[in-house]
Design a protein around this ligand. Structure first.
Ligand code: F6P
Length: 502
């Protein structure tokens, strides 16, 4: 790729969010020409269909309705009286009592993938906005991994008599989630038996279910009053706006959750109507496709420079890679061109002391998204500490701008040691201040970017058949470890099965 000089200041804005694509080495005219070549003729119609919940997920034979889940089908559509809001308020106010009459102090969200990553990321990012914390407060914890690794840390610090477990699973059949639930049941029963409480008491007072499959929740023993549902047409990785976002609301409050949805809705409107060179998701999508196809870049580093976005890279990995990591068109033909890139990344300032050496002087090409917050208020601190924290925010902003520029334009003085090739295109998503609205807008922008790229590549962004075969092989492997099958795999796997058995 030839080295390019800065083109111009290229920024577009939606409320507090500034999207800067000055370092994409593309002029608006070039971008428009590329869009004319790559956007499908049906793009506008497909986008309109997404906006009103009519876009077709053809392989799963259903509509795609996550956009409606932050609008007309929102869990808050009955305002503060919705069941979702009532449950959240009851938990946060201390009015939810456990089986032995004690108020709930802890909530443990058990879920994985889309039933974990969005609630985890957003609760972490927005917890400082929890202004309606009453005298009583609840702590939210997240458990996702099938190895029980997170239970090791959470079970010792929560009390079964004052903890509600939120079992979050669209299908209500994911092995990882129910492996965790089983261990929790054993742990609860051990505690409850000596105090004459049973598993039925536990289900009645300590379990909330969130799923698109109410039948399975009932079969498991969750009383209907403690079931929250969402539509099958809301994809798991697009579900943080739905009832799956309960942990966000228990952490931050109902109003913050509502503001999050409002921010996402503002991005929906923008995506639906802004002209191409001002349309943030379309610019993100087209620059991304250009980098993939014209520059051969197969990966995007997500580099947030504000710790509140710490979980964004993992969230976007699922959103983008599970949606567009495919080699099959929506109608089932093989795709012979590159599709969704690898998404990776990490907290930028710490990355500077870890993987940035490779980004500045390593061999490989990459694109990057920087995420930056210009100003941060710290109202709970003394004026002097506030000032010091403000200096730290400036430090972070300066570092973000510096590294971003160096990655784009490089530097050289003729020596090999001081050769920084640059030429790595990047976006900058900046907000004046982080708010629930701007956070919602950023996440919705990424959703629409993924949608647009999926249309350009002609694939179905709303299914995930690729994760199935691994699950099947894992079942067979587990049967061999547990001695329920004598299947032989390969010498290496067989050896480890023997070791795992002994
Ligand atoms: O890994 C596949 C997957 O189906 C994801 O798409 C989904 O978010 C995750 O598992 C969890 O699924 P569920 O919410 O049904 O438990």
């Amino acid at each position: 790729m030839p080295r390019k000089e800065p083109v111009a200041l290229l920024q577009t804005k939606l409320n507090e969010l500034i999207f800067d694509w000055s370092y994409q080495f593309l002029t608006p005219a070039e971008l428009e020409a590329f869009a004319a070549k790559r956007l499908p003729a049906s793009f506008n119609a497909q986008r309109d269909a997404l906006m009103c919940g009519k876009f077709q997920n053809v392989s799963e034979n259903r509509e795609v309705s996550h956009v409606l889940s932050r609008g007309e089908r929102s869990v808050l559509r009955q305002g503060s009286d919705s069941r979702f809001a009532q449950l959240v308020r009851k938990l946060r106010s201390g009015n939810w009592l456990g089986a032995t009459g004690k108020p709930i102090t802890d909530i443990v969200n058990i879920g994985v993938g889309g039933s974990d990553l969005g609630p985890l990321m957003t609760s972490f990012a927005l917890k400082e906005f929890a202004s309606d914390i009453q005298k009583h407060s609840v702590n939210t914890h997240f458990v996702s991994s099938m190895d029980g690794g997170q239970l090791y840390a959470v079970l010792p610090i929560v009390n079964p008599e004052t903890t509600v477990f939120v079992v979050a699973s669209k299908s209500f059949g994911t092995l990882d989630t129910f492996a965790n639930v089983n261990t929790v049941k054993v742990w609860v029963n051990e505690h409850f038996a000596p105090i004459n409480k049973t598993e039925v008491d536990w289900f009645e007072h300590h379990v909330l279910g969130i799923s698109a499959n109410p039948k399975r929740m009932t079969e498991m023993g969750i009383p209907p009053a403690h079931q929250l549902t969402f539509d099958q047409s809301v994809g798991g990785r697009f579900s943080m706006w739905s009832a799956i976002g309960l942990a966000i609301a228990t952490t931050c409050g109902v109003r913050v959750f509502e503001r999050l949805l409002e921010g996402a809705q503002a991005m929906d409107k923008h995506f639906a109507s802004a002209p191409l060179t001002e349309n943030i998701p379309m610019l993100m999508a087209l620059c991304g496709v250009y980098n993939r196809e014209e520059r051969g870049i197969n990966n995007v580093a997500i580099l947030p420079y504000d710790g509140r976005f710490r979980h964004l890279p993992s969230y976007l990995q699922q959103l983008d890679m599970e949606s567009n990591g495919k080699q099959c068109t929506a109608t089932g033909e093989a795709i012979k061109y590159p599709t969704g890139p690898l998404i990776w990344g990490g907290f930028g300032p710490n990355g500077q002391h870890a993987f940035f050496q490779h980004l500045h002087q390593g061999y490989d090409s990459f694109a990057a998204d920087f995420i930056m917050v210009l100003k941060r208020k710290a109202p709970g601190f003394s004026p002097m500490v506030q000032e010091s924290l403000a200096d730290q925010q400036e430090l972070s902003v300066a570092n973000c701008l510096a590294h971003r520029k160096l990655m784009a334009y490089g530097s050289e003085d003729g020596s090999a040691r001081n050769f920084y090739p640059g030429n790595h295109p990047n976006n900058l998503l900046a907000v004046e201040e982080l708010t629930p609205e701007s956070f919602g807008a950023i996440i919705a922008a990424y959703e629409h970017k993924v949608f647009t790229q999926g249309l350009i590549w002609g694939l179905n962004s709303f299914d995930q058949p690729g994760v199935e075969l691994g699950k099947k092989i894992a079942e067979n492997t587990l049967a061999a470890i547990q001695g329920n099958s004598s299947e032989s795999f390969d010498p290496s796997t067989d050896r480890f099965i023997t070791l795992a058995k002994s």
